[in-house]
Write a protein that binds this ligand. Structure first.
Ligand SMILES: [Zn+2]
Length: 482
């Protein structure tokens, strides 16, 4: 019945009848007199991307689809979109016919090339630079579309609607990043080097070089303010520049700690005006780049849950022991990379206790107690290489400065990192320190240490591929990228 009605209406419009009956158009249920269209989800699309495409806010789509989980939209799924009321002037072109979705996207008006106008409803915690980043446009471009805001950029309010001219095809999760995250542009801060920038986003220096052809020739020549493209594994945060006046009793490390920075980072921000900690004087002004909230559009996406479709069981091996073979299923890539890392390790250490491999995933994947992850065959728990009488114990034994075989464990960790497919390694902060000091004493450069380790930053700071997570003092956890 509904279908027939739609056909008749379409026919009437086609003939040029002035069948202006806005109440028909809104019969599908748009609250503000807007026009309802249906959008069929295509591969790679996200809810915010769809919102941008139709020139509406994500919130308005969520309102029109109360049962929809924004993080779980599927290809082929139909989503209701309420186009703003003003679009009515183009007449009652359709009802809920999905074939009409393209031409009726009223306020998604073209603003040049493949760019269209979208409406952004300012949310809590939004900043201009954050919004600009989300839509991949400049702050200036937003200001030029919103004259009121241009007069007073501080007049940004929650609920305010901004017009943004953006390339809808580039919005949200980028193809460059395998549709997992949008591309982020990092602005180089004073004193930063490439390893540190890689660490900030939990990626490798080579990932950055791959994404930024400029870096290919000289990756060490960075200039302040230069932008570097990154597919962040650690969500980027707003950065605010502020001035700190040194008080009596202040120490450099104390000030750094206050802003979750290392003394070295803080020193770097001073662009040579402060040589070392002893140089600090009361009343002196320091530049601080403070990290704030996660930039909108980069929020946490759930990558812990899932299933394992064509999993492979880790076979028995000469150099390792499987704690529980029934919980040792991984993707083909994961199994291969664990084997190749252990083989590389054994090429360096001809004698070694067997490596103790704990859980990967169960057959078929899905929840595996007591873990939150270990669901899609891309996680593995591995015991640290120990020395002393506990080194061959199959159960995981807590490691510390006395029993950890630092040299062997570092080789093992490095072998995993060298697969180039590690997303992160969870490791207790105390063990990080032991390995960091060891690697440093063996001549590993600061750039590389900053790339790999969260330490010496605090355990709460998202930095590096090797990061602290509770419960990883007797084993480390490797998450592979694929
Ligand atoms: Zn684990």
């Amino acid at each position: 019945m509904q279908l027939r009605f739609g056909l008749i209406l379409g026919f009437a419009v086609g003939l040029g009848f002035a069948l202006a009956a806005p109440e028909f158009a809104t019969a599908g249920g748009c609250p503000d007199g807007g026009k309802l269209v249906e959008h069929e989800v295509k591969s790679g699309q996200t809810l915010s991307g769809i919102a941008v495409e139709h020139g509406v806010t994500q919130r308005s789509i969520e309102r029109a689809n109360p049962t929809l989980d924004p993080n779980k939209i599927r290809v082929g799924q139909t989503i209701k979109v309420c186009l703003p009321g003003e679009a009515k002037s183009s007449s009652s072109s359709s009802s809920s016919s999905s074939s009409s979705k393209k031409k009726s996207s009223g306020s998604g008006k073209s603003c040049g090339g493949s760019k269209t106008i979208s409406v952004h409803e300012v949310g809590k915690g939004d900043t201009l630079s954050g919004i600009a980043n989300k839509y991949d446009v400049s702050v200036d471009r937003i200001l030029s579309r919103n004259p009121k805001l241009k007069k007073d950029p501080n007049s940004l309010r929650v609920g305010q609607e901004l017009l943004i001219c953006a390339d809808t095809r580039r919005a949200k999760a980028s193809k460059t990043c395998g549709y997992r995250t949008p591309v982020h542009e990092h602005e180089v801060l004073p004193g930063e080097h490439l390893g540190e920038i890689a660490g900030r986003y939990g990626v490798r220096r080579k990932d950055l070089i791959r994404l930024n052809s400029k870096l290919k020739n000289n990756a060490n020549l960075l200039s302040v303010g230069q932008t570097i493209r990154v597919c962040p594994e650690i969500a980027p945060r707003e950065t605010t520049k502020l001035e700190y006046t040194v008080q009596s009793g202040d120490t450099l490390s104390g000030i750094a700690k206050k802003y979750k920075l290392t003394s070295n980072e803080l020193l770097g921000y001073q662009r040579g005006k402060l040589k070392d900690a002893n140089d600090l004087k009361v009343g002196q002004k320091l530049v601080v780049y403070k990290s704030g909230s996660v930039i909108p559009g980069f929020g946490a996406y759930d990558d812990d849950s899932g299933v394992l479709k064509s999993g492979v069981q880790m076979p028995p091996g000469k150099y390792y022991v499987l704690k529980t073979p029934s919980r040792a299923y991984g993707t083909g890539d994961t199994v291969r990379m664990i084997q190749s890392a252990i083989n590389a390790y054994r090429r360096k250490w001809k004698s070694s206790p067997k490596i103790h491999i704990g859980d990967l995933s169960r057959k078929g994947g899905g929840p595996l107690k007591p873990h939150k992850s270990h669901q899609h065959g891309k996680d593995v728990d591995i015991g640290y290489v120990l020395k002393g009488d506990k080194k061959d114990e199959i159960r995981f034994v807590s490691a510390n400065a006395n029993n950890l075989d630092v040299a062997r464990t570092w080789t093992l960790i490095k072998a995993f990192l060298d697969t180039d497919e590690v997303k992160y390694i969870f490791m207790d902060h105390t063990i990080q320190k032991l390995l960091y000091d060891h690697a440093k004493s063996k001549g590993v450069s600061k750039d590389t240490l900053d790339e790999f380790f969260q330490y010496p930053r605090g355990k709460g700071r998202g930095h590096g591929i090797i990061r602290h997570s509770k419960g990883h003092v007797n084993h480390f956890h490797v998450r592979f990228r694929k």
